[in-house]
Design a protein around this ligand. Structure first.
Ligand code: FE2
Length: 186
């Protein structure tokens, strides 16, 4: 199964905002940014995405504490709807997104529940089937995944689609590939 693909999309031009509140859990902070996308990406890039039916919507900003694993989770039941894919950039720090496509997770539990209940604990010895630094990547968020954070912590920005249930990861991949925004062919 394909779980990520490097894109040719440069990181959003954005000043890292001052961070207050909004913990996902004790190890992670997540914010929805209000910055208009037109200020963060070239207009022609947004137009190209829209021309194939993709609907880039908002940016999310994540801060992860150093040296942690997030719980294994799937982004299938959040306030935003079912997040089947997003595009990620690492703006600071290091680490990886790791997937285990064989893990069996309940799709109707929210990401917050999956994190809060800690019932899908992570450890160094867990099996992984794929991994990527995640930078500039279209990532499959409907397959069980977690974030492994390096010693400097990790700050990432991710692009949300306006109707994230519209297209599967594969459909989104094909659309981005059709407008020459995928770096590595799967
Ligand atoms: Fe996720």
């Amino acid at each position: 199964m394909t779980v990520f693909a490097k894109t040719l999309i440069d990181p959003p031009r954005i000043k890292i905002p001052k961070i207050e509140g909004d913990f996902v859990n004790i190890d992670t902070k997540l914010f929805l940014l209000s910055n208009p996308l037109e200020e963060c990406f070239p207009i022609d890039l947004l137009d190209r995405m829209r021309s194939v039916g993709l609907r880039p919507w908002k940016l999310r900003f994540f801060i992860w504490k150093p040296n942690i694993f997030s719980p294994w989770h799937i982004d299938t039941a959040s306030k935003m709807g079912k997040l089947k894919s997003s595009i990620n950039w690492v703006v600071k720090g290091s680490g990886e997104i790791q997937w285990n496509e064989n893990l069996n997770l309940t799709p109707d539990r929210s990401v917050r529940e999956q994190f809060d209940e800690g019932s899908i604990e992570s450890s160094d010895s867990d099996k992984i089937t794929h991994s990527s630094d995640g930078h500039g990547c279209l990532v499959n968020t409907s397959i069980p995944h977690r974030v492994k954070v390096g010693p400097e912590g990790r700050t990432t920005i991710s692009l949300l689609w306006e109707r994230p249930e519209d297209f599967s990861f594969d459909e989104t991949y094909k659309k981005l590939n059709s407008i020459n925004l995928i770096e590595e062919n799967i």
